[in-house]
Design a protein around this ligand. Structure first.
Ligand SMILES: NC(=O)N[C@@H](CC(=O)O)C(=O)O
Ligand SMILES: [Zn+2]
Ligand SMILES: [Zn+2]
Length: 412
């Protein structure tokens, strides 16, 4: 089976790293023939939100381990967030980051920070970093608290025709919370993160985005009110898009029954009402894409309970099989819809040369055995991060082989 906007049975010819023919039967002789019969051949998946931790925190992940994990998960293009150490907030460090990204076995594109160190109100050299090839701008991990800073950043990012991907979080409202404000927080006696930490800043940003016209992309949306606001903003013609993670679609704080930090991430798992609103948003197109927010940490940083452990979960190796098993096999969405959310939509929205199987385009391909059932196991992760709440779950949809520019980068 083969996917290019619709599912077909066809043969594909790859030449010089590009798709050169698509036909029911290809007669031309090839050096190598791969029989993908009974498997799905999809465009390489695209994830616009990952953390690869290099430089600075290579005990959590490196560009090599993160990108190999991405290939294992079916991804050929990812956007790496700039919350590494040091934050590449100047021309030299950004160039150094781009050079490091060459270690990737897939296409690792780079976000540039919006402000110096992601935490100050001094804007980074946006024009220079855009020129060097920043895929977009983000302070992911930190909200931009000062409205004037955000307003100025939006104007400059708009002027260079780039994108602003926002980790929407009011720091003061977030306070020192570690879990969603709800029954689990009360039960476990943990400091809570109110939804308004996300929604109040989102409301502000949508107004600023309207005024500036910048492409404003919301990272890891987690609240029902957030979905409503984005729906409203899209209706009003505001240039807004947004992503949701598999974990916010599949889990809520009802699933947190003990003090297990594999359920700790930012934004936190919200309520069942929020989760259902995110699903509705995905179904009606308010939410544009699925992104993993792959946030690997060492085991010792995640076995400290909610209070002391780091925020974030590993996700790039489980995203497709989880979404396929829980959303497609249950007929909530079609396979075509899932592929759109994980390929063409993110590629189009961020202007990436990816996401489609088309003659003349790069042969970035994912071969998936949709019928293969397996268990998610810690020892099977290629990522250094094994901090996942989905361990031991049974899923369908196993990645068999991966190609980037026609070169095999993963085989089971
Ligand atoms: N999502 C997380 O819980 N953590 C991310 C930061 C972020 O995405 O905000 C990380 O870098 O670990
Ligand atoms: Zn974030
Ligand atoms: Zn993130």
């Amino acid at each position: 089976m083969f996917y290019a906007k619709k599912l077909n049975k066809s043969e594909l010819l790859i030449k010089d790293g590009k798709i050169s023919q698509i036909a029911e039967k290809i007669d031309e002789k090839a050096d190598q023939v791969i029989d993908a019969k009974n498997n799905l051949v999809a465009p390489g998946l695209v994830d616009v939100h990952v953390h690869f931790r290099e430089p600075g925190q290579v005990h959590k992940e490196t560009i090599l381990t993160g990108s190999k994990a991405a290939a294992h998960g079916g991804f050929t293009t990812v956007g790496a967030m700039p919350n590494v150490v040091p934050v590449p907030d100047n021309v030299d460090d950004f160039k150094h980051q781009l050079a490091l990204n060459q270690k990737s076995v897939i296409k690792t594109l780079q976000y540039a920070p919006v402000t110096a160190n992601e935490t100050t109100d001094s804007l980074s050299p946006i024009e220079d970093l855009a020129k060097l090839g920043a895929m977009a701008f983000s302070n992911d991990g930190h909200g931009i608290n000062n409205a004037k800073t955000m307003f100025e950043a939006m104007k400059r990012i708009k002027a260079v025709n780039s994108h602003l991907a926002a980790h929407v979080e009011d720091q003061n409202l977030f306070n020192k919370g570690v879990i969603n404000a709800g029954p689990a927080a009360v039960e476990l006696g943990l400091p809570a993160i109110e939804r308004v930490a996300e929604t109040s800043q989102l409301a502000r940003d949508l107004i600023l985005a309207k005024e500036t016209g910048v492409h404003y992309h919301v990272c890891h949306l987690s609240t029902a009110d957030g979905v409503k606001m984005i729906r409203f903003a899209k209706d009003a013609g505001i240039n807004v898009t947004c992503e949701v993670t598999p974990h916010h679609l599949l889990l809520s704080d009802d699933n947190i029954i003990e003090d297990d930090a594999n359920y700790k991430m930012n934004p936190p798992l919200r309520s069942e009402i929020d989760r259902r609103a995110l699903i509705d948003g995905l179904l009606d197109g308010t939410i544009d894409m699925i992104a993993t927010d792959h946030a690997p940490h060492a085991e010792s940083e995640k076995n400290q309970g909610f209070l002391k452990s780091a925020f974030g979960i590993t996700g790039i190796e489980t995203s497709f099989p989880l979404m396929y098993s829980r959303f497609v096999k249950t007929s909530l969405i079609s396979l075509e819809q899932l592929l759109e959310l994980m390929t063409i939509k993110p590629a189009q929205i961020f202007d990436l040369p990816a996401g489609e199987i088309q003659i003349g385009k790069s042969a970035d391909l994912t071969i998936i055995d949709l019928n293969k059932k397996y268990q998610i196991k810690k020892e099977d992760f290629i990522s250094k991060g094994v901090n996942s709440p989905f361990i031991n779950q049974e899923v369908y949809g196993q990645i068999q082989k991966m190609f980037v520019d026609g070169q095999e980068v993963y085989s089971i």
